[in-house]
Design a protein around this ligand. Structure first.
Ligand code: FAD
Length: 345
């Protein structure tokens, strides 16, 4: 919570298409704020296939998902975009007119933007946490049960049970252990998918008695319906046991769902946002859709298509942001004005 951030464009999603849009907007003197639910930039490339080679990025015969993201970050550095990671854009409310659009945009972390335009580059939608099938878990959510750590401080002094065997479970175990009252990690078997180095660090903390490791599964919750007192578990021999704790952090992976975008007043077609192919604007003037989230006749869900879409959308964003200025077409190779913006002239 706090003050409202005034800006020209809010980009929803820091996948490859949202990142490259920062570049195209930057060349037109439009500064961007970029919001992503994930704790890191790069969308599907960084989250789903960082080490896989991509073979169809123009000019790169082979580049891995993560290397593409790293290069995009390098390329947009001159425009110093502001990233708001670990936050989901929840609501988008029009507060202007179709000629002079303006939107109030809010994230689930309490950040509020007032912006002239919005570029939805949300890919397959939100990566949402998979919830464990524990009866009554809903009523404990956001008081005792959390699927993501937004602010570490909120967990200081808590008795925490972390469940899972992947990188999120191990990373948060290691990060929260120093500030929590006590951390217990539980996984269904004594074998972890997480990075070996994190697993070693966790085992060292267990060996020195600074945290606990249990093997088993959660079957129920004990408490008053909002404040947790203990978690009921079952071990591999089906014996029940309890872990006293006031905080449960299950990390069971992510699935992709459209999420809150469905409520923003945009036309939708099979969970995609129809856009025109001249400026990639949606049915709401001032809201653009680029990358995997949009649809139009002939659409291909390729990264290179999303790059093109961002370039064209930026032209129309310019009209909203600088209604009095005429835009002249320029090449980065020959325009000293563009080169100045890139810091190379
Ligand atoms: P994404 O990469 O999906 O990023 C969208 C981002 O938006 C996400 O980070 C998400 O967290 C965020 N977001 C969503 N909703 C919100 C919200 N409400 N608030 C805040 N943030 C939000 N393409 C190719 O061109 N060549 C290939 O070889 C290729 N190989 C692939 C291999 C695999 C295994 C996969 C899964 C995909 C592959 N693709 C390939 C497809 C390519 O990854 C996508 O086309 C590309 O990632 C789309 O980029 P994007 O920026 O539109 O969306």
């Amino acid at each position: 919570a706090g003050e409202t951030i005034e800006t020209d464009v809010v980009i929803v999603g820091a996948g490859p298409c949202g990142l490259f849009a920062v570049f195209e907007l930057g060349l037109l003197d439009i500064r961007a704020h970029v919001v992503d639910i994930l704790p890191k930039v790069g969308g599907q490339c960084a989250e789903l296939y960082p080490e896989k080679p991509i073979y169809d990025i123009p000019g790169f015969p082979l580049v891995t998902g993560q290397a593409l993201v790293d290069n995009l970050i390098e390329q947009i550095k001159p425009f110093s975009p502001t990233f708001h990671l670990n936050q989901m854009i929840e609501s988008l409310e029009p507060i202007g007119t179709p000629e002079a659009p303006r939107f109030r945009v809010r994230t689930d972390a309490g950040t509020v933007f007032e912006t002239k335009t919005v570029m939805v580059a949300a890919g397959g939608g939100s990566f949402l946490p998979k919830k464990p099938p524990i009866p009554g878990i809903d009523s404990y959510e956001n008081t005792s049960v959390f699927y993501a750590v937004r602010k570490m401080e909120a967990f200081r002094g808590r008795e925490i049970l972390i469940v899972g065997g992947g990188d999120s479970a191990l990373d948060w175990t290691l990060n929260l252990q120093p500030i929590a009252k006590r951390v217990t990690l539980m996984h269904r078997r004594d074998d972890f998918r997480a990075a070996p180095h994190s697993v070693e660090q966790m085992r060292a903390l267990v060996a020195s008695g600074e945290m606990d490791l249990k093997i088993g599964q959660v079957t129920g919750l004990k408490g008053d319906g909002t404040t947790l007192e203990a978690v009921v578990c079952r071990d591999t021999a089906n014996e029940a046991f309890e872990i006293g704790c006031n905080t449960l952090l299950p990390f069971f992976g992510l699935t992709m769902k459209l999420g809150p975008i469905a409520d923003w007043g945009l036309n939708l077609h099979e969970n995609l946002i129809p856009a025109d192919t001249e400026k990639f604007e949606t049915n709401v003037p001032g809201i653009f859709a680029i990358g995997d989230i949009n649809t139009y006749p002939g659409k291909l869900k390729l990264i290179l298509s999303g790059f093109h879409e961002g370039a064209l959308a930026a032209q129309k964003v310019h009209r909203y942001v600088y209604p009095e200025k005429r835009l002249t077409f320029q090449y980065t190779t020959s325009s000293t004005s563009l080169q100045k913006k890139l810091g190379v002239a």
